[in-house]
Write a protein that binds this ligand. Sequence first.
Ligand code: PDD
Length: 287
Amino acid sequence: MSVAYLNGTFLPLAEARISPMDRGFLFADGIYEVIPVYSGTPFRLDEHLTRLERSLAEIQLPAPLARADWPALIDTLISKNGGGNLSLYLQITRGTAAVRDHAFPPPGTPPTVFAMVSPMSAPAADSPDTTPGVAAITVQDIRWLRCDIKSVSLLPNILMRQQAVGAGAAEAIMLRDGHASEGAASNLFIVQHGTVITPPKDQWILGGITRDLVLELCAEHNVPHQEGPVSEAALRGADEIWITSSTREIVPVVTLDGQPLGDGRPGPVWHRVARLYVDFKRRLCGL
Ligand code: PDD
């Protein structure tokens, strides 16, 4: 049975309870992280905790734990669930107030801290020679102006992802003012004439941990790369398109809006970077 963490207690997930007055439930007033775990080791934990603290600061929610206390909580949760390959979800909301009021609850209201794990399936990058790649569609980016905050308020992302699923695609790539921003739950990369390009970290995208690692690996291994705007025309004319996230790692997109990209198979630059990613992951997690 899956073990969860809720406000200081480890307990079976099925027994975890929160109040309907929780501001996460009423207002989606909270933030989250998704941390991949390989062979029991959380991957890029420091980077995830830095982003968690940034999200908390941006929504003016005091951190419920000191930075140094998160790793022990996370390690305990992993070991209580038997280790292995997991996706660890961590959510913090502004807690439970007596009345429903948009304004913040009284200072000192304890935040709700919740964490759980779920099994993680083998990502595409683990088998670069056999992965077929995925289909994606384009949608208008219908989100707010602070996409850089990892907020649990995900209704636009849900609607866009469901549109993709309805079209038989794995991801919706968002367009705003003639530029591609990111996927409904992933960052976006294109390859143009051998150069890997990803939109810059600004208010229109979530600064992905996987995205940063891909850029680091490109820099370290002399793969030409740049952070810069990706126009809709550049997206449609790209030699390769990838999406990245903590749970999916690097996934090659092989059709966009039903049109095959190139020969409809994962491209050579994806193969190279996927191998670099898997090697890095294996080294780091002692696999
Ligand atoms: N989502 N952009 C958005 C909108 C996302 O929701 C995510 C991840 C990313 C990629 O970030 P990272 O590489 O740090 O996972 C980019 C997670 C996986 C989720 O919501 O489940």
